[in-house]
Design a protein around this ligand. Structure first.
Ligand code: PGA
Length: 249
């Protein structure tokens, strides 16, 4: 019922020739795959990657909430739509931690994306310390609610990505049980806040050191609808294997 998504977040990696190679390989590979493949290159390569797209979509790694104006270094939702981009990552933990993206700003970005008919992939997740102190569920709920409250959204207007910060780029993946527990909780929060029907249809991705070995166990959990993949999305064979794992669930 929920078509899985595998999104490759290249972060600040790659080059024009890397992008070119990746586009060709993914177009050929994803032709008959029952999964939405999304590539999220650095913004300078977004138009190039989107222009080459046959069997995948693209996601921006960031967006500004304002329509236009004196915001040096930023891109707008309209610009992303203009180059054919369909998705945007919002609230990635690296942006929250390193670029001071506070929750008020993230809520504005989410609203701007929804308004522009860009599909936001809202990232939420706790630190190791918060998990150890038993605060993981409260933190994730708070991040989710501060982003979506006041928005009347349907399941085809948002994707949620649970990315425990302690698992990002560390090689340490949440166990399938830990991830499932949080995904099911996120669905409960969406059901309470919006509706049971919306919660049942919303895609919730797992992110944090997903690799070709761990992907199928994670994706076979009932509330995990694919992944947001960082490091492994830069290795074409690994990324293909992760996409196949999502498609075969
Ligand atoms: P990782 O990154 O797969 O390298 O842990 C995931 C992410 O940050 O989205």
């Amino acid at each position: 019922m929920r078509i899985p998504i595998v999104a490759g977040n290249w972060k600040m990696n790659g080059s024009a020739s890397f992008a070119n190679e990746m586009c060709q390989q993914i177009n050929a590979f994803a032709a008959d795959l029952d999964v939405e493949v999304v590539l999220s290159p650095p913004s300078v390569y977004l138009a190039q990657v989107q222009l080459a797209a046959e069997n995948y979509s693209t996601a921006a790694q960031n967006v500004h909430f304002a329509a236009a104006g004196a915001y040096t270094g930023e891109v707008s939702t309209a610009m992303l739509r203009d180059v054919g981009c369909g998705y945007v990552l919002i609230g990635h933990s690296e942006r929250r931690a390193m670029f001071a993206e506070i929750q008020e700003v993230l809520a504005k970005k989410l609203a701007a994306a929804v308004e522009a008919k860009l599909l936001p992939i809202l990232c939420v997740g706790e630190t190791l310390e918060q998990r150890q102190q038993g605060q993981a569920f409260a933190v994730v709920k708070q991040q989710l609610l501060s982003a979506i409250s006041g928005l009347d959204i349907t399941a085809d207007q948002i994707v949620v990505a649970y990315e425990p910060i302690w698992a990002i780029g560390t090689g340490e993946t949440a166990s399938p049980e830990q991830a499932q527990e949080m995904h099911s909780y996120i669905r409960t929060v969406l059901a309470e806040q919006i509706s049971v029907a919306m919660a049942a249809k919303t895609r919730i991705l797992y992110g944090g050191s997903v690799n070709a070995e761990t992907a199928s166990q994670l994706f076979s959990q009932p509330d995990i609808d694919g992944g947001l993949v960082g490091g492994a999305s830069l290795k074409i064979e690994d990324f293909k294997n992760i996409c196949s794992a999502a498609a075969s669930q």
